[in-house]
Design a protein around this ligand. Structure first.
Ligand code: PFF
Length: 491
């Protein structure tokens, strides 16, 4: 067996981990979730979610990576042959996430160019729906979005087809620090804007009664899962390239610190900028703070419209920051998929990356249509609120009950002064799954009762893909394994 590649040094590994974690979720999801779930009070369930879910899960995935030094599918196979099906479920889920996530990054690339002239005009909301995504009841292709997605795919291919350190390593080494510098620059500037104090006041408002509301706890756990890219095997894959003597616990703490620090500080900047908007336009804060595409592609262009000449610098820098955050997350998703498929089908890195990028590009063209943004919303909520949660629950059961966590605890405690104790096992075995099961049931129920029938059909189709896909992939690779062992025996 050939030696597995290792990261050039621990710093590069950390940059890759932070690059994967810091993404669109940090920039546009966190401020809204924070605001709608008790403002300052949200920090309490958020910190608890880090301690009982974020930290234990990163420990789990990174120790698995270092123990087996294999891609995700091979790791699952070593734990139990049939468990590969779960591995394939994760791979297909992350592939589907990649294909729509890249579309949002594509929209951002368009806005990066628009921001130099504020080409979105006086009404950014209309511009977004009619000129950029071109939503309509009649199906048609949207060339601008298609080209933009293609450009991002080419960029991702360019980074990922090279050897680990030459491609991913070099990219994250430059991009991740740059992203932090930009974000800190924007936040410092935003704090000096008139009206910033209105936003800051909103940010630090405390409502103790909110702590009794189950929803804010669920929101905190949901945010930590998405933001830290938990359960998707990315941390496992990146950790499989680590040298034997690595301090895993320190790396986990630093990743969490950087990721969560980024989203909290970034939110302070977003709140300050929206405070400025409240002051200049008189629109109340609660109407300005919106989620996702609304915040980045509608609310922010509106702010830039009233900002004066500095917006011609701040605008492009803001969209560049989202672009970098998106690209470094996309790289990690592709690395997970290509390492598993490359290992299983014995394909070179270059070949597997090229094939995956072509297939990924073709699938993501669904989002370059007039139905794209509607479809994206449904697929995103389905995968994040239902499928990912289910995957993490299953992982807790596999690694908490089927596989012995003691073996992993040894690895975690090997090169560190901070020893992991039994509390870690309790989190993975009991606390995390129980909380996630509650979260999952409430998510599924709300889908069943609130989604229109048309959406249910799309959700049903997705579920079908996620059931048939993994089983089929398992059967195909099983056949390949049998063939290989037969030809080995003959030789
Ligand atoms: N953590 C990334 C974010 O906050 O945007 C999102 C993400 C990365 C999701 C990697 C899924 C994934 F596989």
């Amino acid at each position: 067996m050939s030696e597995r590649t290792t990261w050039n040094n621990n710093y590069i590994f950390l940059m890759a981990m932070i690059g994967s974690a810091v993404g669109l979720g940090n920039i546009w999801r966190f401020p809204y979730i924070y605001y709608t779930n008790g403002h300052g009070t949200f920090l309490i369930p958020y910190i608890i979610a880090i301690l009982v879910l974020g930290l234990p899960f990163i420990f789990l995935e990174s120790s698995l990576g270092l123990k087996f030094k294999e891609s995700l599918i091979n790791t699952f196979q070593k734990v139990g042959d049939k468990l590969q099906i779960i591995g394939w479920l994760i791979i297909i889920t992350v592939f589907l996430i990649t294909t729509y996530y890249i579309c949002i990054v594509g929209w951002d690339l368009i806005y990066f160019f628009l921001s130099f002239t504020k080409a979105w005009g006086a009404n950014p909301a209309t511009y977004f729906t009619t000129n950029v995504v071109q939503s309509s009841n009649v199906l048609h292709f949207v060339p601008l979005v298609g080209i933009s997605i293609l450009v991002i795919w080419i960029l991702i291919w360019f980074i990922c087809h090279k050897d680990l350190n030459d491609g991913v390593g070099k990219a994250v080494n430059i991009l991740v620090p740059l992203m932090f510098v930009i974000m800190i620059g924007i936040v410092i500037y935003s704090l000096t804007m008139p009206g910033a104090s209105i936003g800051i006041k909103e940010f630090f408002t405390i409502d103790w009664n909110a702590l009794g509301n189950l929803n804010i706890w669920l929101a905190a756990f949901g945010q930590i899962i998405f933001s830290l890219s938990l359960g998707m095997g990315i941390i496992l894959t990146y950790s499989s390239y680590l040298p034997e003597k690595t301090n895993l616990t320190k790396n986990a703490v630093m990743t969490i610190f950087a990721n969560c620090g980024f989203e909290v500080v970034n939110a302070i900047g977003v709140f300050s900028i929206l405070g400025f908007m409240v002051l200049t336009s008189g629109i109340p804060f609660n109407q300005l703070i919106i989620e996702g595409t609304g915040l980045a592609f509608i609310a922010f262009p509106e702010v830039f419209n009233v900002m004066g000449p500095v917006s011609y610098i701040l605008g492009p820098i803001f969209f560049l920051c989202i672009l970098i955050a998106g690209i470094t997350s996309l790289i990690s998703m592709l690395e997970l998929i290509s390492s598993s498929i490359g290992d299983k089908f014995k394909l070179s890195r270059k070949k597997v990356t090229t094939i995956l990028c072509i297939i990924g590009f073709l699938v993501s063209m669904i989002y370059a249509t007039s139905f794209g943004s509607y479809l994206l919303g449904i697929v995103d909520s389905m995968l994040n609120n239902v499928i990912l949660l289910l995957i993490i629950i299953i992982e807790c059961i596999i690694f908490g009950y089927i596989y012995s966590m003691d073996k992993l605890m040894e690895i975690l405690n090997e090169n560190t002064l901070f020893k992991v104790g039994n509390w870690w096992k309790y989190c993975i075995k009991y606390i995390t799954p129980i909380i996630l099961i509650i979260l999952w049931i409430s998510g599924v129920l709300s889908f069943i009762f609130t989604a229109p029938t048309k959406e249910l059909i799309i959700r049903g189709a997705l579920i079908l893909i996620l059931i048939i896909g993994p089983i089929l992939a398992y059967l195909i690779t099983k056949k390949l394994d049998i063939k290989k062992s037969k030809s080995n025996n003959l030789n």
